[in-house]
Structures are given as C-alpha cells and as structure tokens.
Design a protein around this ligand. Structure first.
Ligand SMILES: O=C(O)CCC(=O)C(=O)O
Ligand SMILES: [Fe+2]
Length: 341
C-alpha cells in the first residue's frame, strides 16, 4: 500500500530508504549543502505600489536579486489568513481513511498524496500535499475538494479570488518598475482561462531531519507564486549567490516569488529563485502555495520592449506546460535552462 508521509512519521521506526537525500544532489548547477544564514528578504508594502516610485524600485530590486519578497498590506485580513490556515490544518487532521477519499491517481498531480513517483531513482520529499486546480473554474475537479471541514471549499475559493486581485496588482507593478506598459505581462496570460493551482503542503515532524528534505531544491514553473507560510514554524530556504538563506516568518505577510514564466517574460531581469524546505523533529508545518500562470495553450516569451541591441533575447518562445516542467525536473534539470536560446 502507498503510505503517506504522515503515516510513516507516525508508525515507522526507520526512515525508508527512498527519503534519504543525497547531500550533493544536483539541480541545475546547485549544490544541496546544509549551510544556511538567516535572510533579509525585502518587505514590500503592496498598498504603495500604485503610488510610490520608491516602493516600485524596492520591488524591482527585490525580484532582480532575491526573486522573492514578503508582501505586507496586501489587502487580506490577518484573521482571514488564519481561517485559511485553519481549514488547511483541519483537512490534514482528518483520519487517514477520510483523506483517502481525495487520493490522487497514480500518475496525476490533482488530489491528495505524497510525491508523484516519476523514476526509480527519485528521492522522495518529506511532505504530503493536496493539489487543486482553482482557475479556470470549469476545470476544477470537485471530487478532490474536501467536503470536510464544511467551509473548506468556500474559504479556498474566497482566498484564491483575493490572491488573483493581488496577482493583477503585482504584475502591473512589475511592468511599471521596468517602464513597460502596465499590461505587458498580464496580456501574455490570455484574456480567459488563466490558471491558478493551490498546493497545500503538510510537513510532519521528522525524527531524521538531517536525512530528508521537505521539498528538494526547485524553482517554480508558475509566473508568480503566493505562499502562505505556517504561522509559527519556519523551514523555507532560498538560494542566492550560491548560498542558502532561511526565509523568516513575517506576521500576516504573503511570501511572493517569481516563477520561471516571469523570468522568461522579463528576459531574465526578474529571477525565478531556487528554493527548498527543511523539516524538524518537533513541529508539523503547513503551508499553502498558490501558483498563478497563463493558460497552458499559450506561448509565452520575452516582452518585445525588453529586447534591444544591448540586451538580446535570452529565451525562446515556449509553451510552458506541466509536462514540460516535470520532464526537466525528473532529470534534475531546471526547466528555465531548456528555454534558453
Ligand atoms: O512550503 C514551503 O515553504 C514552500 C513550498 C514550495 O516551494 C512549493 O510548494 O512549491
Ligand atoms: Fe516552490
């Protein structure tokens, strides 16, 4: 039977071999060493992005260097963020039997389960996930949307609609920070059917925290990712200049990072950061990552206005699909490298 990580954490006395990380496993050109420092990830006041040049400059600096920032004053109440955390926790608190109603198919992402196994050599992440397509709405697979807690669906729907509004603000601000037309990034999303996926991540406490990773080093295949961190337990690290930095918890902030698709659209100016997750012996950690991106059928590519004699085009036009992402990820390659000219 396919055990979830939550079951393994509760019942196994020995760490199953499949989870043991290789200390020197490579992803792109990244080495997976243990060392890390606390990070000074920039904090951006979203409410100022429409009026303040200073804040726009801060945003630009943040995403050209770190590729991520902590967003405050984004318009979502702290009490509502707590509600989102609560329904996420209540779902993972359900019995194993109850959660299995939402189990994903073996070779599909949608639904509840641990790592999708893509190859025999794959090292598994110490995490269980619930993965849901949220937008476009007609592509929701409601059989995977928990009925319990009873307000789960409503809260997630509401939260994701609020995230979409923030996404629009951020995309416009990114464009303006480069003196481009407001809509130059959002236009590439297509007028309908742009995509949003929600991934609820559950990291059980782990008796062998040095031997596993919550999530292996990766960059997101999204355009922009919105992460609601656990309120108390840290674990996320981001790679900058070859060094790992811990991402601290900022109360009521959303941790926002650029994904590969904005790196491509910005012709490499904005960076899609490599990140990973560590786990600990004592505390479970629950996060919610929301991935926003253009409709899959649509080609994306660098914005014309950014291509000049001095700054030639760095990326091809590509259709950045989920399959395209996983074909590269499976072989320890960065998808963005396959998009380079
Ligand atoms: O749980 C986290 O802190 C990050 C999760 C993540 O990187 C992802 O879901 O892509
Ligand atoms: Fe990620």
């Amino acid at each position: 039977m396919n055990l979830q990580v939550q079951d393994i954490a509760a019942h196994c006395e020995q760490l199953p071999e499949r989870f043991i990380r290789k200390q020197d496993e490579e992803y792109g050109n990244v080495t997976n060493s243990n060392a890390s420092s606390p990070a000074k990830i920039p904090v951006i006041d979203v409410s100022l992005l429409t009026s303040s040049h200073l804040e726009l400059d801060k945003l630009k600096t943040a995403i050209t260097t770190w590729g991520c920032f902590q967003a405050i004053n984004h318009g979502i109440e702290g009490s509502f963020l707590d509600k989102v955390r609560e329904v996420s926790r209540l779902f993972f608190d359900l019995s194993a039997e109850e959660k299995k109603k939402y189990l994903r198919e073996e070779n599909d992402l949608e639904g509840y389960g641990n790592d999708m196994v893509l190859s025999d050599h794959q090292i598994l992440d110490w995490t269980d996930r619930l993965y849901l397509t949220v937008f476009p709405k007609h592509q929701r697979m409601l059989q995977f949307w928990p009925k319990n807690p009873t307000d789960f669906r409503e809260v997630v729907d509401d939260y994701c609609s609020k995230i979409e509004l923030i996404n629009q603000v951020i995309l416009k601000a990114m464009a303006r920070s480069l003196n481009l037309e407001d809509n130059c990034f959002s236009d590439q999303y297509g007028t309908t059917n742009s995509k949003m996926f929600a991934r609820f991540n559950y990291y059980p406490p782990c008796p062998w925290p040095d031997k596993v990773l919550g999530v292996k080093p990766h960059a997101d295949g999204s355009a922009v990712t919105f992460l609601l961190q656990d309120k108390e337990v840290e674990g996320l690290q981001v790679l900058k200049d070859g060094q790992w930095f811990g991402v601290p918890i900022v109360p009521d902030a959303l941790t926002i990072n650029v994904g590969d698709q904005i790196e491509i659209m910005s012709n490499g100016i904005f960076k899609s950061p490599v990140h990973r997750v560590l786990v600990n012996t004592k505390n479970q950690r629950i996060t919610l990552a929301v991935f926003c991106m253009p409709q899959t059928e649509k080609d994306i590519g660098p914005v014309e206005g950014l291509i000049t004699d001095g700054t030639p085009r760095l990326y091809k036009n590509v259709t950045y699909s989920r399959d395209f992402f996983f074909q590269n990820y499976q072989h320890g390659k960065r998808t963005i490298d396959a998009c380079k000219i």
